[in-house]
Design a protein around this ligand. Structure first.
Ligand SMILES: [Ca+2]
Ligand SMILES: [Ca+2]
Ligand SMILES: [Ca+2]
Length: 616
C-alpha cells in the first residue's frame, strides 16, 4: 500500500480556505451588456411580453427594471453571461427608447431597448403563391452596388473575386439598383439567400482543398439580429423591401432555424445548458436519413442523428425542444418581418427540425401576419417523402406543420433529364401524376436550378433550345415558378461554388453587362427574351397561374396539357412532332413557333418544331 503524507492535503485545504475568505470580501464584479435580442419590439404585437435575451458579463442575480414597461428577469445562465428578461409592452405605448436596467450585487447597467413604430401593413407581409414568379439572388454574387462595404472595418480582407469561396462584393444596394432589370424581366418576387451577419474572419472549420473559406453565402450565422456588413445594413434591407414593393416586387427572406454557424458566440457559452444538441466537443454527426423522419416504423433513436446531428459534423444544431430556443427563433422570425416588411420566408433544411416546432412557428407567423407564406427546403427527389413534410394535413404523428409550400425537388430531376439531357419527357408527366400524394401540389415551388445544384447549362447535353423549352414548361405548369439568377441568360456553372458565379455586369470592372440587351450575346438574349415573353403571357393569362391542369397527351418525347382554357404542347424530340388532339379547334400559338392548328372533324392537328413548346 502507498503511504500518503498528510501535509500536501493540509496545504491544499489551507489554500482553498484562503481563496474562499478572500472571495467573500471581494466586491462582486460590475455587470456589463454586450447584446440585447431583440433590440426592439412593438406595442400591440401578438407576442407580449417579449422575452429579451441579454448577453453580457456578471449578470448573476440580475434584477430587471424598466420605465413605463413591465420587466421581470426569468433566468440567468450559470456563467452569468445571459439574462432572460420578459418585457411587457402596454397597448398604446408610444415608440421610443425604453432601456432596461439590470441590477446585481456588483452594480447596475443599462440594456438598450426600444419600442418601434409598426410598419404600415398595406403592401407588406403579402405572402406569395402561384400568381408569382420568384427570382433567387445570392446577394454576394449579383451586383456590387456599394464598394464601400467590400472590405468592412469589422471584417477586412475577406473579398477576393478570384476565389469561389470568398466574398465578391455583391450587396443589397446592388439588388436595389437592379430592380428595374427584374421588373423588365417580369419577376414578381425576390428570394434573397440569408442576410444574417456571418463570421467576420475566414472559416477554418469548413475548409475546402485544405484552404480556409468565408461564409459569403450567409448560411453560417454568428448574429441572428444583424445584416452582414458585406451586404449592407438593416436600413438598406428595409430600403430594398420598400423599393421592391414600389416596383410591385415582393421580398422573401431566407432563414435558418436548424443551426448556427460554427463561430456563433453561443457555441462556447450557451444561454441554457440544452440550447444545442450536444457541444462542439461531443455531438452526433447528421446522418441525413430523412426517410426515417417520415417512416411510421422508425424509432426515436433512428431519427435522432438526423434531427439532432450537426450538419457536416460542424454546424451547431439548435435544440428547438428547449422552450427558450423555440421562443428565441419565433421572436427572431417575427422581428425580421416586423423591421423589414418582407412578404415571405424561405426556411432552410426543413426536415431536420421537429415538426411540433414548425407547427408552433407557423402558427406564430400566421397569428401576426395572416397572409405571410413560407416555403421550406426538403431536398429530396422522392415525392412521397417531400409530400410528408407539406402542411395542410396531419402526418402519422398527428402534426400538421402548416407550411404553405415546399420546393419541387422531385420534379427538378426528371425535368433536368428530359430538357437538358434529352431523355424521356414522359418521365416528367409521370412525376406530375404523383401530385396526388401532396396536400396541395399547386403550391409547390418549381425550378430549373438553385444555389445548391449545378446549373442547367452544365448538364451533359444541355442546349439553348433545351433551356428555352424547359422554361416553357416551368412557366406554364402548376406551381410557383422560381428562376435562379443568371439562368435567364443561360449562365454556366458546375457544383457549388461554380454555380454561384457573379452576374456579368454587376461589377463596374466587368467587360460587359448582361443587365442590358446590348451587353448580352445572341444566345443569352434568345433565352432572356423567351423568358420575358413567357412571363408576359403568364401575367396576362390567369389560366397559366391558377388554371386547372389536365393532360391531353403524353408520349415519349411529347407532352400536351391544358391549364384552364390554355393548351401547352411540348416536343422534346430533335425532329418535328405531329400530334392529333381530340379538340374542336385551337387558337394560334402565342409564342409564334407552331403553325396554325388545323381542325378536322372534331380533331385538331398540331405540328411542333423540334425541341420546342407552343402555347395555344
Ligand atoms: Ca459591395
Ligand atoms: Ca460579418
Ligand atoms: Ca436539427
Amino acid at each position: 500500500m502507498m503511504q500518503y503524507d498528510s501535509d500536501p492535503f493540509r496545504s491544499i485545504w489551507l489554500l482553498f480556505a484562503l481563496v474562499l475568505g478572500v472571495a467573500s470580501v471581494l466586491p462582486a464584479q460590475a455587470p456589463s451588456v454586450q447584446k440585447v435580442e431583440p433590440p426592439n419590439w412593438w406595442a400591440g404585437h401578438s407576442i407580449n411580453p417579449v422575452r429579451v435575451l441579454v448577453r453580457g458579463k456578471n449578470l448573476t442575480g440580475a434584477r430587471a427594471t424598466c420605465d413605463r414597461l413591465t420587466c421581470a428577469t426569468r433566468k440567468v445562465s450559470a456563467t452569468g453571461t445571459y439574462a432572460f428578461v420578459d418585457v411587457m409592452i402596454p397597448a398604446g405605448t408610444p415608440p421610443g427608447s425604453y432601456p432596461l436596467t439590470l441590477s446585481t450585487a456588483g452594480g447596475r447597467v443599462a440594456a438598450p431597448f426600444s419600442v418601434s413604430p409598426a410598419l404600415p401593413r398595406t403592401g407588406r407581409f403579402q405572402g406569395f403563391g402561384s400568381q408569382d414568379v420568384v427570382y433567387l439572388i445570392m446577394p454576394d454574387r449579383f451586383a456590387n452596388g456599394d464598394t464601400a462595404n467590400d472590405s468592412p472595418a469589422k471584417s477586412p480582407g475577406l473579398i477576393d473575386r478570384s476565389k469561389g469561396r470568398y466574398y465578391h462584393g455583391g450587396d443589397l444596394a446592388g439588388v436595389r439598383q437592379h430592380l428595374p432589370y427584374l421588373k423588365s424581366l417580369g419577376v414578381t418576387a425576390i428570394w434573397l439567400n440569408p442576410v444574417y451577419d456571418n463570421n467576420d474572419k475566414v472559416n477554418e472549420r469548413e475548409t475546402y482543398d485544405g484552404q480556409a473559406i468565408t461564409d459569403y453565402h450567409g448560411y453560417g450565422a454568428v448574429d441572428f439580429y444583424a445584416v452582414d456588413e458585406h451586404l449592407g445594413t438593416l436600413a438598406e434591407l428595409r430600403q430594398l423591401v420598400d423599393d421592391a414593393h414600389r416596383a410591385g416586387i415582393k421580398i422573401i427572406l431566407d432563414m435558418v432555424a436548424n443551426h448556427t454557424g460554427p463561430y456563433h458566440p453561443w457555441v462556447n457559452d450557451s444561454p441554457t445548458p440544452t440550447w444545442f444538441h450536444g457541444t462542439a466537443a461531443k455531438h452526433l454527426a447528421n446522418t441525413w436519413q430523412v426517410w426515417t423522419l417520415a417512416d411510421p416504423y422508425s424509432t426515436p433513436a433512428m431519427r435522432e442523428a438526423t434531427l439532432d446531428g450537426w450538419f457536416i459534423d460542424i454546424l451547431p444544431d439548435l435544440n428547438q425542444s428547449d422552450p427558450e430556443v423555440a421562443r428565441y427563433i419565433n421572436q427572431n422570425t417575427l422581428w425580421w418581418a416586423g423591421v423589414s416588411g418582407i412578404d415571405g420566408i424561405r426556411q432552410d433544411t426543413w426536415p431536420y427540425v421537429p415538426r411540433a416546432f414548425w407547427r408552433d412557428w407557423m402558427t406564430a407567423i400566421k397569428r401576426e401576419y395572416p397572409s405571410m407564406t413560407v416555403v421550406g427546403e426538403v431536398f429530396d427527389g422522392d415525392p412521397s417523402l417531400v409530400a410528408f413534410f407539406q402542411g395542410g394535413r396531419r402526418g402519422w404523428d398527428g402534426i400538421d406543420t402548416r407550411v404553405d409550400a415546399l420546393f419541387d425537388f422531385p420534379l427538378l430531376f426528371p425535368l433536368r433529364r428530359a430538357f437538358a439531357e434529352g431523355k424521356s419527357l414522359r418521365e416528367v408527366a409521370q412525376m406530375l401524376s404523383r401530385d396526388h400524394l401532396y396536400p396541395n401540389a399547386s403550391s409547390l415551388m418549381t425550378f430549373l436550378g438553385n444555389h445548391d445544384v449545378g446549373r442547367f447549362m452544365n448538364e451533359p447535353g444541355a442546349t439553348i433550345a433545351g433551356l428555352k423549352l424547359a422554361y416553357t414548361f416551368l412557366l406554364t405548369v402548376r406551381g410557383t415558378p422560381l428562376l435562379y439568377y443568371g439562368d435567364e441568360i443561360a449562365m454556366p456553372g458546375g457544383g457549388d461554388p461554380d454555380n454561384r458565379r457573379d452576374f456579368p455586369g454587376g461589377w463596374r470592372s466587368d467587360p460587359r453587362s448582361a443587365f442590358d440587351a446590348s451587353g448580352r450575346t445572341e444566345p443569352q438574349q434568345a433565352v432572356w427574351s423567351h423568358v420575358q415573353r413567357l412571363l408576359e403571357l403568364r401575367a396576362k393569362r390567369s389560366d397559366l397561374r391558377t388554371g386547372r391542369m389536365e393532360n391531353l397527351q403524353a408520349g415519349e418525347q411529347s407532352f400536351v396539357y391544358r391549364r384552364g382554357r390554355t393548351v401547352v404542347a411540348l416536343n422534346n424530340d430533335t425532329a418535328a412532332a405531329t400530334i392529333r388532339l381530340r379538340l374542336p379547334s385551337l387558337p394560334n400559338d402565342a409564342l409564334g413557333l407552331c403553325a396554325r392548328p388545323t381542325p378536322d372533324g372534331g380533331m385538331v392537328t398540331i405540328v411542333i418544331p423540334p425541341r420546342s413548346g407552343c402555347i395555344f
